[in-house]
Design a protein around this ligand. Structure first.
Ligand SMILES: [Ca+2]
Ligand SMILES: [Ca+2]
Length: 431
């Protein structure tokens, strides 16, 4: 029987609209994601990044090595002597935005954050990769940027994340923990004359301390506390942080996501929109997440900025901040992915920066077990590649996996298209 073509077209349009509506409804709640093993056999990895679109992944090992992974090959890019007890170690890595640009002052330059084995200080230093060999760093190129005195005998809460906001080639953000111990014994988070318990921001292309060979940065004139009458250090961008271990900028818009590890009750995510001028006080130790810190009793302080998401310790005990996924091939595009180090659970939530609850978060822990990455254990960090691809770092498992679409997805899509085609024909036949 001959079918009027316009009816077939109309049926097609209906089915297409229904399919689109279905896709919008199920994504990302039924996102088809899994993992692909990128690197294994690593020693206590705490960070990974792929600065260039050249297939090279740089993995930070807590013991002091930056490992370069290319396919099945792995080699040492740089090895440093660092303190390693407790939460100390080589903790952070950031490639200069001008790393691949010969005209940039940051050409071949990268930055590390580690704990000095001689005295327990936090050190941020820069190195250059070898001019002759892009696969090794030049240890002799070391320049110390900044040093933060750490309290003696405390080996936790050293934060360690460092990073650049997309589009800003000169200001390095440095996450510093409260220095360790229970209840922030030095009240570092709220003390404006210490760099402990803060997010710092310094200009790494200028030196405002020419007489000091170990202090090589300038204060950005737009930092929120420049010239503050109360003596707040001008390096400070945010205060009131406990251990902002892993943070990220949204590569699409420059929003800053801070995941501050809690003490005994709450884990939290803090959000700073790209348009903000900084200066937020995120409340520690007065506040732990969304509650007054149990056992502290500090008086309330006005003007604190609360987290945009918290979870309590029945859900997890140590948050690992992630990234807003910007991999166009991922069902999680535009979602902020984060995890809990202790429970191994992993979630994503809309990245619009408005307050959320865990009821808004979608857990994907069980999905990430079948695609070659293996079951993830202790998620110590995430990482991001130049095309927005998301890496997940497994500390205990010694591996890095990439978030990828689930393998059967293509087959499921093909089946869906077959069913749609059959429905179109059936509807058309009825007319
Ligand atoms: Ca200097
Ligand atoms: Ca807080």
């Amino acid at each position: 029987m001959e079918q009027p073509r316009h009816l077939v077209g109309k049926a097609c349009a209906h089915v297409a609209a229904a399919a689109l509506a279905l896709a919008l409804t199920v994504a990302p709640a039924r996102a088809t994601v899994d993992t692909r093993l990128v690197a294994g056999g690593l020693s206590s990895p705490v960070y990974a990044t792929a600065p260039l679109a050249d297939g090279r992944l740089f993995v930070v090992e807590k013991g002091g090595t930056i490992r370069l992974v290319q396919g099945a090959a792995s080699s040492s890019f740089l090895s440093l002597s660092v303190a390693t007890s407790g939460e100390q170690g080589l903790l952070g890595l950031a490639f200069d935005p001008g790393y691949a640009n010969p005209a940039s002052p940051g050409f071949r330059r990268f930055f590390v954050d580690y704990i000095d084995p001689a005295n327990g200080d936090t050190v941020v230093a820069s190195y250059l990769r070898s001019a002759a060999n892009p696969n090794i760093a030049d240890p002799a190129s070391r320049v110390e940027i900044l040093r933060v005195d750490q309290p003696a005998g405390l080996t936790n809460h050293k934060a360690g994340w460092i990073g650049f906001r997309p589009g800003d080639t000169s200001n390095l953000y440095i996450a510093v923990g409260d220095g360790g111990g229970s209840n922030d014994p030095l009240n570092s988070g709220q003390t404006r004359t210490t760099m402990l318990g803060k997010m710092l921001r310094v200009d790494i292309n200028n030196d405002a301390f020419p007489a000091d060979p170990n202090r090589n940065y300038a204060i950005p004139s737009t930092n929120p506390f420049v010239g503050a009458a109360d003596g707040t250090l001008p390096e400070i961008y945010n205060l009131g942080l406990r251990n902002p271990w892993r943070n990220s900028f949204d590569m699409a818009n420059g929003n800053l996501w801070i995941a501050d590890v809690g003490q005994g009750a709450r884990e939290e995510i803090d959000f700073i929109a790209a348009a903000s001028t900084g200066g937020q006080n995120f409340g520690w130790r007065i506040r732990e997440g969304d509650i007054a810190t149990p056992g502290i009793g500090d008086p309330p302080v006005p003007g604190l900025t609360g987290p945009i998401l918290v979870y309590d310790h029945t859900i997890g005990q140590s948050i690992t901040g992630g990234y807003v996924v910007r991999d166009p091939s991922s069902d999680l595009y535009g979602r902020y992915v984060f995890a809990d180090f202790v429970t191994g659970r992993i979630w994503h939530v809309a990245a619009d920066g408005t307050p959320k609850t865990m009821a808004d978060a979608v857990e994907i822990t069980a999905l990430l077990d079948a695609g070659g990455g293996g079951v993830l254990g202790q998620i110590s960090s995430f990482g991001q590649g130049p095309s927005g691809e998301l890496y997940i770092v497994d500390f205990g498992g010694g591996k890095v996996v990439q978030l990828v679409p689930e393998a059967p997805r293509v087959a499921m899509m093909a089946l869906g298209l077959l069913v749609m085609g059959w429905q179109v024909r059936r509807r058309a036949a009825r007319r």
